[in-house]
Design a protein around this ligand. Sequence first.
Ligand code: URA
Length: 431
Amino acid sequence: MNCIDLIRKKRNGEKLSRKEINYLISAYTKGTIPDYQFSAFLMAVFFQGMDFEETTDLMLAMMYSGKTLDLSDIKIAKIDKHSTGGVGDKVSLILAPLIASCGVCVPMISGRGLGHTGGTLDKLESIPGFKTNLSVKQFKCQLKKIGVAMIGQSAEIAPADKKMYALRDVTATVDSIPLIAASIMSKKLAEDLDGLVLDIKFGSGAFIKDYKNAKYLAQTMIEINKRSGVNVIAILTDMNNPLGSYVGNSLEIIETIEALKGRGPKDLMEITFALGKAMLKLAKIKGGKNLLEKKIVSGEALNKFKEIICCQGGDIRIVKDYSRLPVAKNRIKVIAQKTGYIYHIDTFDIGMLLVQLGGGRLKKEDKIDPSYGFKINKKIGDYVKKGECLVEIISNNKTKAKTVVKQMHDVFAIHKTPCRRKKLIRETIWR
Ligand code: URA
């Protein structure tokens, strides 16, 4: 088979066969198709799309590019959650220990920061010593020991997604429904799950901005999962605001710990509880939100987080002493230029400004500074007085921070008339 012919075929809007998709994914994973050719293929998919059959074949080829787990010797329900990506979205970090503390096994395979969105792995790695590159053997061993482990795609599990994810990030091919659906489901179905909860985000801070397309993404993921026997619940959630009060890797770890101590912000906890309830439902565990709240109040959820940190080599002292996390000392305020109501926030731009600051990646080889980020003081619908602080820029690079301050002003649209805050949770779709 010839890669150029297949790129041309997709570019011309033709359907690829299973054999052709298998060839492309296997050759790219092995390194026999170079990045520049595969980028062209991704762009062809971006413009021409894929039907459900092609997307299923793509997902399966990506899943079988590595090992799939056999967790049949773990007898409790195995449930995971995945988000399509947002800004300030640290829900996975809270849910993994919280749900595990309810007696559910959570084998979580996550991603790195992609485009304007942050990544669970980057956030975890801001904890000194924390390792996300466990071998399959270590991953299974930890699941048996404490019921939860958090790792990334690796040379062993979904290696095709690891390579493709990084390439998509730097070739403007992230926001494609078949590519997102196959990327997420290839990792998740490799985990040998009983159930999966999907947080499908729409709005200015999501990859898929409009609700109708986000719903189509949810339907695609449910459709390509049909043959797997895994029960899926997809929840469509609003990403027009950054989630919670902090954006940035180590800052989001602090906010996660605060949430596990019972001090999480309202919006973050609303999404956490909605997704958590769905995970418990799939695990057939009764109690819903009450049970989740109890596990937080009793300290069991926080203890489980400490167990994860300990097992994965991190410094457990960060839970009590946040000064052990890398947090930049310098803060610059972004001040409102007029009085009124926040009626729009360009949440995508907030994510990109973090990349510009150095807290996210522009190229796949880029190193990020986990200590940089933003404290978000105002959300859509809030009243703000001229001179009040909208956002704090937390960064030691004063020159870059000053440029970001200027651009951050354009992110907030302030109007005289009050505007209503939209519902955070829009719709739940079952398999
Ligand atoms: N999360 C993923 O794992 N993959 C995507 O393509 C987007 C978000």
